[in-house]
Ligand binder design. Structure first.
Ligand SMILES: Cc1cc2nc3c(=O)[nH]c(=O)nc-3n(C[C@H](O)[C@H](O)[C@H](O)COP(=O)(O)OP(=O)(O)OC[C@H]3O[C@@H](n4cnc5c(N)ncnc54)[C@H](O)[C@@H]3O)c2cc1C
Length: 381
């Protein structure tokens, strides 16, 4: 049986990036993937436009037990390296917000570039990895499409979100078998279910501030039929769903505003006053009292103001892995070298991408992590 230098499990962003570096190092490589096409998440990323990097990428934009784990890889393959790589493939791109880059045409441009870089490398699609064994320094990779051997293995099997694309937890199972700890997984970068709002608000979007524990997120919030979505909610889900407090008008003290209105616009209804700072239907949802504001006691106005500046949600739940953009948790980075991505328990076993307990913020940070960790694994495997 042929013994490859490296077998890469997973033809996603991380696996393909690792393969391109291994190709430039003239290593013999086999990539195996359970799906029938490469980089299927990249292909749908960024609403089809692939937000491929963010120049603000540093450990403060990553989550997991040890976010500082990303520092070495991000310095070895920076967002500017990603940007230069995109330019080298003549991909048209644009900066949507400062530092946040997307394809002008489609995400397929990034998939093609990744494939271009590994031209000639053997990829076996529709090949489901089932187990790995290591004997006498040789790894044996067992799949439902044959058994393969190599001197090194890179596990780049990704997370468990968007299951309809074909995902598995084999990376976690194999890592555990070799002695690695698995941090509990949960959906992240996703919408949140709550019955705190009426479905009538679905479609309304506004800038808001969400507090969850010590964390404060300022971004756009979108009401959905089942709760809340939009970037503010997605970013909130990185921290879980417990003790969420929304401020619908972060720059306004609603109680002061209502008290002033009482003297200045006493004949207006509270709902109409609130509609001056919030979308009309949200204003009505917060208070549909038709009385003149002048007739309402301050204590009642305080309760209404709290619904604007301090709306507590107590029944929140993440929408589920099936529609989350990423999986939080995964293989603990405890026993992985941040400089090489090699296991500190099993020599020549490497990890790359979302399979590890590293989750990036919304904004191109997850692909940057997949590229950087894939690059480093490819340099060392
Ligand atoms: C809808 C959506 C939009 C997103 N948009 C963005 C964005 O714009 N910017 C951004 O930075 N991030 C975005 N992300 C996140 C980003 O796409 C992922 O974090 C990134 O693709 C992870 O790369 P990966 O290589 O680690 O894993 P994956 O891309 O998931 O690749 C893992 C591969 O392993 C294979 N595999 C799994 N199990 C097995 C097995 N048993 N046998 C064989 N093969 C197996 C899978 O088939 C898959 O091809 C988005 C994610 C989603 C779902």
């Amino acid at each position: 049986m042929k013994i490859f230098d490296v077998i890469i499990l997973g033809a996603g962003a991380a696996g393909l990036k690792a393969a391109s570096v291994l190709k430039s190092r003239k290593k013999s490589v086999l990539i195996v993937d359970m799906g029938d096409a490469p980089a299927r998440k990249v292909a749908i990323s960024g609403g089809g436009k692939c937000n491929f990097t963010n120049t603000h990428a540093d450990h403060t934009h990553y989550f997991g037990k040890n976010p500082r784990f990303v520092m070495s890889a991000l310095s070895q393959y920076t967002p500017f390296d990603t940007l230069n790589w995109v330019k080298s493939h003549d991909i048209d791109f644009y900066e949507k917000e400062p530092g946040r880059y997307f394809c002008k045409n489609t995400a397929e441009d990034v998939v093609s570039a990744l494939l271009n870089d590994i031209h000639g490398t053997e990829i076996k699609y529709n090949t489901n990895v089932q187990d790995i064994e290591k004997n006498n320094d040789i790894f044996t990779v067992k799949t439902d499409n044959g058994t393969f051997q190599s001197k090194s293995v890179i596990i780049a099997t990704g997370g468990l979100s968007y299951s309809h694309l074909g995902v598995s937890n084999i990376g976690h199972i194999i890592a555990k078998k070799f002695g690695h700890k698995i941090e509990p997984i949960r959906p992240a970068l996703c919408a949140i279910k709550t019955k705190a709002f009426t479905p009538d608000l679905a479609g309304i979007s506004l800038p808001a501030q969400i507090k969850i524990g010590k964390n404060i997120i300022n971004d756009d919030l979108l009401f959905t039929h089942f709760g809340i979505g939009g970037p503010a909610t997605y970013r909130t889900s990185l921290f879980g769903t417990q003790n969420i407090v929304i401020n619908f008008a972060p720059n306004i003290n609603a109680f002061d505003l209502l008290k002033q209105a009482k003297t200045k616009n006493g004949k207006k209804s509270v709902s109409n006053i609130i509609a001056e700072i919030l979308p009309k239907s949200l204003a009505r949802f917060i208070c549909d009292d038709v009385r003149n504001i002048a007739d309402i006691k301050d204590s009642e106005l305080k309760i209404i103001a709290d619904k604007i500046n301090h709306f507590e949600i107590n029944d929140a739940d993440a929408i589920g892995l099936a529609s989350a953009e990423v999986t939080a948790g995964g293989i603990s980075t405890d026993k992985i070298s941040s400089k090489t991505m090699e296991s500190q328990i099993c020599e020549k076993l490497y990890f790359a991408g979302e399979v590890m307990d590293i989750t990036g913020d919304l904004g191109g940070y997850n692909l940057q992590w997949a590229f950087a960790s894939g690059h480093v694994a490819g340099l060392n495997a």
